[in-house]
Design a binder for this molecule. Sequence first.
Ligand code: HEM
Length: 447
Amino acid sequence: MTHSTGTREAARPGTAPVRAGLAETVRFMATHTVPAFVRGVASPRFGVVSLYSRVNQPAWSNATLRAMKARHGGAPVLVRALSGDMLVLFDEEDVARFFAEPMDVLAMDAKDKLDSLSVFEPTGVICSHGRLREDRREVNDRVLAPGEPLHPACAEYGAVVEEECRPLTAATVLGFPLLRTALARISRRVVLGDRAADDGELAGWLTTLRDRANWMGRSRPEDSRALYARAEARIARYAAGAPPHTLAARALSAPAPEGADPLGQTHHWLLAIEVLAPIVTRTLLLLAAHPAEQDEVRAEIAAGTPGLPRLRACVQESVRLYPIVPDLVRVTRAETEWRGVRHPAGTTVLVPIGFHQRDPERVPGGHLFAPGRWLVPGADGDPRTAPFSQGPGRCPGDRLGLLLSSLVCAEVLRGNRLTGARPALDTGRPLPGIVDTAAIRLRLGRP
Ligand code: HEM
């Protein structure tokens, strides 16, 4: 069976695909694919991020994508990528369909992604397909509770955040390194329990594995398997005695189908919560540059507004502007038809969501910090702005991620005012496509 778009201006089946020419392909490779690979597909290389921020590298990639979109009238374009052809989607309806397709048509485990992620989470839901994927997704959904307005263990996690954030506001300047340490400890405590908080050795092993994942499984595979086994045994030891509110204990609290590997999912959770450190740091940087928004958020924190919706919206806006997954990649498991052109099963499909969700042609004020857009009903399901993706591949940790990030931001802003920050953002101009997060320094003043 062929899965097709109900397209407005569909060409006839059998029509030849739109293919990028040689110059276009070279430009796409040079400005989009290779820079993404060099920056680190699984673990960002902060030196490279620093260099890219000096030259605003994403602007080159955006210019390439804008030109491709204009040249081909928004049609899907086949372009050469690292491991073969890739179908790049530009049209809003095509993107909406990308999100709507079931996983047995558009699957998560595209080759490059699998080669990379399977180094540190070989049994993670994102690396899986078929029945096994469904079983693993069920474990993730049960533990992370994406459908609930507040995570069932939010009180316990709030207490962890409060404790770990105490050192953050002792000085008058708060930098990324302190936030990174706090989030790494929060991550281990939320996933594995307090006994894991100080386990620098486990943290080191996991960092090594994630760094090797940047080499798509080609860097010392035997060593990586042995290291993964060591980390797996350590995680199992913590999980065996973990209190019920931890993600590991929640994973073990119900029987799982064979092969679902509930504890295998913890590797992604540990990483994802650590990744909140750059998200929180950039959110605070944006609030330092937008004092009126900061006032609103501080008033919300002072009023104890449940769920901190305004602050949450600021975090969402921060990940729209600076997505942690700027390229959403899938592989087709059946023949598909896009605008009347058939593509065989096995085609890699790309939605460059980082480009789309800033595209001023679709997103008003795309390059500006406008958190209020997330308070409009339906915003969270709008395929134009999808920092958590959408549909069956949507992030199951979205609510937990927003909860923990806004709680950390609230701890910093409670009793403190951000009076300045480095790098300085010029809010009268489009925001840069990338910021040197490791170099961010936030000045704290008492209000
Ligand atoms: C605000 C922070 C976060 C953002 C922006 C985010 C974003 C994303 C995105 C875009 C995807 C889809 C990736 C793809 O299609 O290749 C994803 C998947 C996933 N995320 Fe998150 N995430 C966040 C936090 C978290 C947290 C805190 C957890 C768990 C503790 C988590 C767990 C997952 C899992 C398990 C998947 C794989 C889902 C699947 O394959 O079905 N995420 N996330």
